[in-house]
Design a protein around this ligand. Structure first.
Ligand code: NAI
Ligand code: MG
Length: 502
């Protein structure tokens, strides 16, 4: 049974009710609607393999309706005082906060991530990010330029129009917030395209946020990337594209943007190094490696510390301590409070990860240290579970050390000097994140200056959050997220005005 809340949107009693209500629906113009052609695809629980629901498969016709709704809504949304937009987004974030636990459970159900270690934090981060950008609304300012007496010259920042936000599945709701918050505050309207694997929380969040947003300001569509994602980024009324996902799809989106000459933000893959210097606090570095590799997210993170470069003198102790820590992590039912590590998002992603593990095993120089135990539970037999693997003995030139695996697989390699560690770290097509573990200020700062990565941490390897300028170098992407500057740079256009009053 659903009870109506004061705002009219049903207060949801269980995830099943929410799933049934959202099944097969897109959020367009403030309404949950079926796609025009009525097409759907099946969604399965990654931990059990069981059918969850049918999901709406939008095509170019639905994209067109969503973009036109957003374009119409943008006229009045863009004219609202910026602080008013900020207040509405903050009020909307509070709706999400009241539903945080239900949202966390739904993330767990559709993504396979563990509720206690991952999903609750994600639900909380979403509200935090929206509030952060809500508070920045008054910073949408231009500047005056003293050209000469008799001339008043100034700049003003304006919204760009309708933004397309294409999301991945690893932290779907957090990345939705990272993209929509600066876009909306800057006066744009948005069409979000959720990943095939995680459509439910995204469309539900859109509906909840819609309690404080005019209709059409935030639209959410789901469907096949090459069908509705491609139609969205190519739509003539899309003025800006923001994307997180694979390098391959990033390239396609960049090409589509080139045809239309519209700006893009791309947050792509990584192969992030973690350098452990001989003077590092070993226990802290090992704990940091567990966090840095995002083992509790099954390693499905673009900033995962998937190349651990450890000084030769610490290498063996580091590996045995790390294995002992990862061995203790419980792999199991995402909804169980005892579970640390949940399931891999999909069969396809599981196959990809298993392929890399096989490849690593076939390397005669390498050793695979498998950690933890697969769940014994009958219910989870068809789930996408894999034991974390720490590889030693691999060369930095091996495919496992070069390609993004996006699973709980890391390589530990050794080095003798800081210069060698930096060369190894930089020998990658990626440049997203890096961390350095040392108590020596000189080593830390040398590494910070020499590392080719957009996000560098010393003695920690945490995820980025509000007010940390986040984005990669090299093939890890283009542009920054999570800051005031990123909002101004990527979600506004700057107009110069010169007034002659002589
Ligand atoms: P993907 O990049 O293909 O998918 C991400 C999003 O792009 C989804 O919403 C998808 O529907 C959409 N998309 C796909 N093709 C499109 C197209 N032609 N036009 C417009 N949108 C399109 O990533 P996928 O296939 O889910 O995962 C493959 C690999 O990508 C993973 O194994 C991992 O290595 C990497 N990845 C990296 C992420 C990151 O955070 N940087 C997140 C997800 C995946
Ligand atoms: Mg893909």
């Amino acid at each position: 049974m659903q009870k109506a809340s004061v705002t009219g949107v049903p207060r949801v009693a269980s995830p099943d009710d929410t799933i049934a209500r959202l099944s097969g629906r897109l959020l367009i113009d403030g309404e949950l609607r079926k796609p025009i052609e009525g097409r759907t695809f099946a969604l399965h629980n990654p931990a059990t393999g069981k059918f969850l629901c049918e999901v709406a498969a939008a095509d170019s016709k639905d994209v067109d309706v969503a973009v036109r709704s957003a374009a119409l809504a943008q006229r009045s949304w863009g004219n609202l005082p910026a602080r008013e937009r900020g207040k509405r987004l903050i009020a909307a974030s509070q709706v999400l906060a009241t539903h945080a636990e239900e949202i966390a459970k739904l993330i767990a159900l559709e993504s396979g991530k563990a509720l206690r270690t991952e999903c609750r934090a994600e639900a909380a981060n979403v509200a935090d990010i929206l509030q952060f950008f809500g508070g920045l609304a008054s910073e949408l300012k231009g500047e005056t330029v003293p050209l000469k007496p008799g001339l008043l010259s100034y700049t003003q920042v304006e919204p760009v129009g309708v933004v397309a936000a294409v999301l991945p599945w690893n932290v779907p709701l957090m990345l939705m917030a990272v993209k929509i918050a600066p876009a909306l505050i800057a006066g744009n309207t948005v069409v979000v395209k959720s990943a095939e694997e995680t459509p439910l929380t995204v469309v539900w969040a859109g509906e909840l946020l819609g309690q404080h947003l005019p209709k059409g300001v935030l639209n959410v569509i789901s469907g096949d990337g090459p069908v509705c994602g491609a139609a969205l980024v190519r739509h003539p009324e899309i003025a800006k594209i923001t994307f997180t996902g694979s390098v391959e799809t990033g390239r396609l989106i960049y090409r589509a943007a080139a045809d239309k000459i519209v700006p893009v933000t791309l947050e792509l893959g990584g192969k992030s190094p973690m350098i452990v210097m001989p003077d590092a606090d070993l226990d802290k570095a090992v704990d940091g490696a567990v966090v840095g590799m995002r083992f509790t997210r099954q390693g499905q993170s673009c900033t995962a510390a998937s190349r651990m470069l450890v000084h030769r003198g610490l290498h063996d102790a580091f590996v045995s301590k790390l294995k002992a820590k990862v061995d203790q992590l419980v792999i199991g039912d995402p909804l169980d409070e005892r579970t640390d590590i949940g399931a891999i998002i999909s069969k396809a992603q599981l196959e990809k990860i298993l392929g890399y593990i096989e490849l690593g095993r076939s390397d005669p120089a390498a050793t695979a240290h498998e950690c933890g135990q697969l769940p014994a539970d009958e219910e989870l037999r068809a789930g996408n579970f894999v034991r974390p693997v720490i590889f030693t003995g691999l060369a930095n030139s091996s495919r496992l050390a070069r390609e993004e695996i996006f699973g709980p697989v890391t390589c530990v390699m050794s080095f003798d000097t800081l210069e060698e560690a930096i060369d190894l770290a930089n020998d990658s097509t990626f440049g997203l994140a890096a961390s350095v573990w040392t108590r020596d200020l000189t080593s830390a700062l040398r590494a910070v200056n020499a590392l080719e990565a957009g996000y560098i941490q010393v003695n920690q390897a945490q995820v980025a959050g509000p007010n940390i300028s986040y984005g990669g170098f090299k093939q890890s992407g283009l542009g920054k997220e999570l800051t005031l500057e990123s909002m101004l740079e990527h979600f506004t256009r700057r107009k110069s005005v010169v007034i002659n009053f002589e």
